[in-house]
Design a protein around this ligand. Structure first.
Ligand SMILES: [Fe+2]
Length: 500
């Protein structure tokens, strides 16, 4: 059994590490938009920590009292937490997509959602209405001087980083066409081989094309200009949320799922509910060269399973090594169900696996790295696509079973050591973001930033953890005046957009 010395005393946690009521309360809508300096702080913000943590996620879980069917259908709300001169500032704004603006004006649901939200009036009201609401709720990134709220179904929305006002859809100076998708999981290449070692941003889009799927790769330079764009066709339907990069390749896991559009077309279910897991089929690993001149795509096969997120990938000899959070099956969302009543015990937990992709032999081997329920991995941004030692990930409090994320774990891939900091029983976590200390040389010299939901006070805290000693009490814990509904992804930039 793994021992975590100095961990917060959780001896009052027996049986399950949380109550359903506490967990559900983190899914209350936040309708207000705030701008304030955080005054209630335990500990001290490190003087070297300056910059901005942006986060995105569903802020509204209801429209004027009418519950949406799944959090993934919730309107995107961008939060900005600024660290400057030992102070912290919080603000949040909704992404003003047309759907958000129209529904807020009407005071009711006007659009269907991909994950099952239906217009009132039953299936007839939704019959052959194929227009899903645009929500821009999955990630937010500052790149090339632009703040972009991302979601995978269409173009990103650009926001003003000073005011968080929505500026409109972003087409990357012509790199995107109207209606083009741009995934919510771009990868930062700290030193692009194709660009003389300059950093670049790599992203992709998925487009169904009849019986096949088109994967398009985008690479953006530091000014945000698309410098490479190439499309590849793979057979079959693909539900691909994330990918990984190395200096030479993009790697995709084509999960074994099928898509039957009939329930969506006839108004019975959302498009995302028409995805069915196929446990008897393999996962296809698609390896696409980043150099557009090299069209030699490789496809390998591995065990059946479902992956939302990859941690990282790197090349070693004839292999690509990729670390991923895998589920035994796709957690389907039933039309009649309520996500707030989800039976965690009935769903297989995400676990961390390492895959070795042997490019010469065309074979895949894998090993389990972490059996504890976990999700939302992150690493030092300078190690993306490179061999690395440390990863940080949201984790369940208990070592076995499936449960909400209530802890943050650091895994040393070299020694196997783990450190964990838990906020059970009344706290709930999510994605940790590693921020390196300026001029640091050690890979883990820096901080882990995370937002936790504190059910006891119905508010969220921003925590700053010492990444070298995760199981210590936080360096600082910033008590916000409000809660933030469980968010999805975010990023840190050294830039500051608030006047001190
Ligand atoms: Fe994601």
């Amino acid at each position: 059994m793994q021992i975590f010395p100095n961990q917060k005393d959780t001896s009052n946690v027996t049986g399950t590490s949380y109550t359903r009521e506490d967990w559900q309360a983190g899914y209350q809508s936040l309708k207000q938009e705030f701008d304030y300096w955080v005054e209630d702080i335990e500990g001290e913000i490190p003087p070297e920590l300056n910059g901005t943590l942006f986060r995105n996620g569903p802020g509204l879980l209801d429209i004027n009292g009418q519950n949406i069917h799944h959090p993934f259908d919730g309107d995107g709300m961008v939060c900005r937490i600024t660290f400057t001169n030992r102070r912290a500032h919080f603000s949040n704004r909704y992404v003003r997509t047309p759907g958000y603006v129209e529904e807020q004006k009407a005071g009711k649901v006007l659009y269907r959602g991909v994950f099952g939200t239906q217009k009132p009036g039953g299936w007839l009201a939704n019959f052959f209405d194929l227009q899903n609401k645009e929500i821009a709720n999955t990630n937010v990134i500052y790149w090339g001087g632009k703040l972009l709220a991302l979601w995978e179904a269409s173009e990103p929305y650009r926001l003003d980083p000073q005011t968080l006002d929505t500026l409109g859809k972003e087409y990357l100076d012509g790199g995107l066409a109207k209606g083009d998708a741009f995934s919510a999981h771009p990868r930062f290449d700290p030193s692009s081989k194709l660009d003389g070692g300059e950093p670049c941003l790599v992203n992709f889009s998925i487009k169904p094309t009849g019986l096949s799927t088109t994967i398009t790769i985008f690479e953006l330079d530091t000014r945000g200009k698309v410098i490479r764009k190439h499309a590849h066709s793979i057979p079959g339907f693909a539900f691909i949320h994330d990918f990984a990069i190395t200096p030479n390749y993009c790697i995709f896991f084509q999960n074994p799922v099928s898509f039957n559009p009939l329930p969506f077309l006839t108004g019975m279910a959302g498009a995302g509910q028409c995805v069915k897991f196929q446990p008897d089929k393999s996962t296809r690993v698609i390896i696409i060269p980043r150099n557009p001149k090299n069209r030699e795509m490789k496809t390998l096969e591995t065990h059946s399973g479902f992956v939302f997120h990859h941690v990282n990938a790197f090349e070693r000899d004839q292999e690509i090594i990729i670390d991923s959070v895998c589920y035994e099956s796709f957690p389907e969302i039933e039309p009649g169900s309520d996500f707030r009543q989800v039976d965690f015990d009935a769903i297989a937990p995400g676990k961390l696996w390492r895959f070795h992709l042997n490019l010469e032999e065309g074979k895949v081997t894998r090993k389990l790295l972490e059996s504890r329920c976990c999700e939302f991995p992150s690493i030092h941004r300078e190690n993306v696509g490179r061999d690395y030692r440390y990863l940080y990930i949201g984790a369940a409090h208990d070592a076995t079973g499936n449960a909400p994320l209530q802890a943050f774990q650091k895994i040393d891939l070299e020694t196997g050591d783990r450190q964990m900091w838990s906020v059970a029983p009344r706290g709930f976590g999510g994605e940790p973001i590693f921020v390196p200390r300026p001029h640091a040389t050690a890979e883990d010299d820096g901080w882990v930033l995370a937002v936790i939901y504190d059910a006891e006070h119905h508010r969220s805290d921003v925590v700053i953890l010492d990444a070298q000693d995760l199981h210590r009490q936080p360096v600082a814990r910033l008590h916000l005046k409000n809660h933030i509904p469980y968010s999805l992804h975010g990023n840190f930039t050294d830039e500051v957009f608030v006047d001190d």
